[in-house]
Each structure stands twice: as structure tokens, then as C-alpha cells.
Design a binder for this molecule. Sequence first.
Ligand SMILES: Cc1ncc(COP(=O)(O)O)c(C=O)c1O
Length: 381
Amino acid sequence: MVRPSQFTEKLQNFTQNLSLQGLYRKRQFVCDSALLNFSSNDYLSLCTHPQIKESYQEGFAKYPTGSGGSMLVCGYHPIHQELEEGFAEALQVDACILFSSGYAANLSVANLLSELESYVIVDKNIHASVYDGLKLSNVAYSRYLHNDLHSLSSKISAYPQSVVITEGVFSMSGKIPDLQKINQICRKHHSTLLVDEAHAFGIFGPQGLGSVMQHQLTQDEVPLRVIPFGKALASQGALIAGKKEWIEGLLQVARPHIYSTAMSPALTFGLLQTLKIIRAADSRRDKLQELIHYFRSKIADTVFKWEDSMSPIQQLQLGCPHQACSLADALKKQSIVCLPMRQPTVNKLETGLRISLNYDHNVADIDRLFACLLECAQLHE
Ligand SMILES: Cc1ncc(COP(=O)(O)O)c(C=O)c1O
């Protein structure tokens, strides 16, 4: 018998320990159409939109499947520039740059902040990609309490001329920060505000163009916006939009731009068409808002603790990973997908279920979810 190497043993111990703590992460298929999925970020249900699918087919017929290199080598294609210009016109910014993911885009922002030697203040619940970027780029930073403007004010007064980073809609709590007020605090302390629009783009603002526009801010107040394409835009990749000098700075220092293959030109064509469809999708946004209001009316009748959210993301707080997993398992048995969120993605108190409402849901789906939640709660009493 072959003796397991020291690494095999270490790896087995590592994963076994996670299993024992109920923290072992597994991938699973949730594409079965018989399942009722409350875990997808496809907020406008565009992933299966026939016109968008046709555009991707046209894109793959007309353009190369791969870009062939990083944008600085030979991977920058005219269709990339067209998409960047399309977003720049829509968002009323000077320029944009494409990235292969929102994760890469946030690492790139941190590359630039390191170059600028800026001090950064982030909302405590900011996405992991922002934290990873700040750590990898050795940027000095501190955190303010989640969506708490008093906490931000007291932090920023100790660090004037800093950079504040928030999300337009928080990915875990679903909360929508008041960007106008955050901007006022930043102005008072000669600081700069940057916004990750991942969960706001497509849903909020005129033509779904995001939270910065919803709060009537411009590139003068928010010189960089990160827009990942994996949520309402029903694709993958990302873009950073903003003021000319900031985008030019990014082009010089963003390591994911310099050292990573540019996104597929064929896919980029599909995204260009998706942007047009998103801008015209007010009826989808209206229906989603109705579902959010209906969902919130149902919350009032439950014994559970919910985060106060007016976005498609609703957080059920259980405070216990085992309870979160057993509730998710019980829902799965009823063909409802609602994956648990736990540490380190959220803190202990917020450990529970994250429910994402999508355009394709209906009132009966929400009723079914609440009936199952109620049944599970009674079983655990
Ligand atoms: C707020 C936020 N920013 C960035 C990202 C990363 O985007 P991507 O999935 O394109 O890497 C995510 C995705 O989970 C996110 O929720």
C-alpha cells in the first residue's frame, strides 16, 4: 500500500475538520428547472432571455472566441472598445476599462490606491474581493460599522483625504446605503468615494444604470464605479467606469489588466446587446419591486429575524451555521434552493439564509417559500 504523503494527511485533516464543524463547502447543480431557486443573482432573469441568447450566437459567429492575449499585448479588440464606449456614454463618464471578473476589477482598484498611497476606509461588509485587493496591495485601511454613517464620520475625521469604498447594494445584507450622505461626509473631509455597483446595476437608477446615478451623483463625486457583469447583466466579466485620469492610472498599474487575458470578443458582443436590453427593462424592474414589497409584507408574519432590506437581497439571520444548513437542507427537500451564508462570508449574527428575488419569481413562489419556512420553524420548536 502506498503511504499517504504528509500533504495527503494534512489535506485530509483539513477537510475532515471543516466537515466536523459543518463548514465544508460543496458545489452543487441548481440548474434543474423543477427547483425553485432563491440563490441566483440573475435579478432580471436575463440569463435565458431569447434575444440575448441570439446576440451571443451572433457574437460567436462574427467574432473570435478568445481575445488571444492581455489587452496590452494583442488582446484588445474593437468590440471591447465599443462596449467600453457604450457604458461610458450610458453612465456619463469619461472612460471605462473591461476586466475578466469583478474580483479582478476590485484587485485593480487596490493596485491604483496603493500607487496613490491612499488611506482607505471601507464598510465592514464590503465584498471579499475589495478586502483581498487591499491586503494584496498592502493598502492601509480601516472599517466602519455596516452602513453606519456615524461610524463612518468618526473614522473619517481621524483620516481626512482618504478613500471610502462602499457597495451600491450590499451583497449579503441587501441594504442600500445613502450615497448622497456618504458623499457629503467624504466632501467634508476632502475624501473620495468609490462604489461597487455589483448588485445595484440593472436594478436601481434611471434605466437600471446603478446606485450612483440613482443618488444623482456623477464621476465628479465618484471617480470610479466597479460594475461586475455576473449579476443582472447575466454574463461574466466586469468593467470599471470613471474619470479620465483615474482610468488612465488604472491602465498603468492594474495587474489583472496587464497580466491576464482579455475577455472573449464574442462574449463582449453579447454584452453590448444586453446593455441595450437592460436599459429598456423598466417593466422587469417594476415587477421586481412589486415582488420585494410583497416579500416584505410576508416577513412581518414570521418569527424569524430579518435584515431590513428594500433590495432583491433579503437576509434571514439565524446566528448559527448548523441551523442555517439544516434549514437550507429542509428547503431543498421541498425543491427550494436557498443556500446558507455563514462565516467568514458573513459574521456569526448574520449567519443564515440569503434570499435573492428574481424577475421570474411570482407571488405563489414567495408564498411557497414562506409556507416551507413556517413549517420548518414549527418542526424545530
Ligand atoms: C459586491 C461584489 N463585488 C464584486 C464581486 C466579484 O464579481 P465577479 O463574480 O465578477 O468576480 C461580487 C461577486 O460576488 C460582488 O458581490
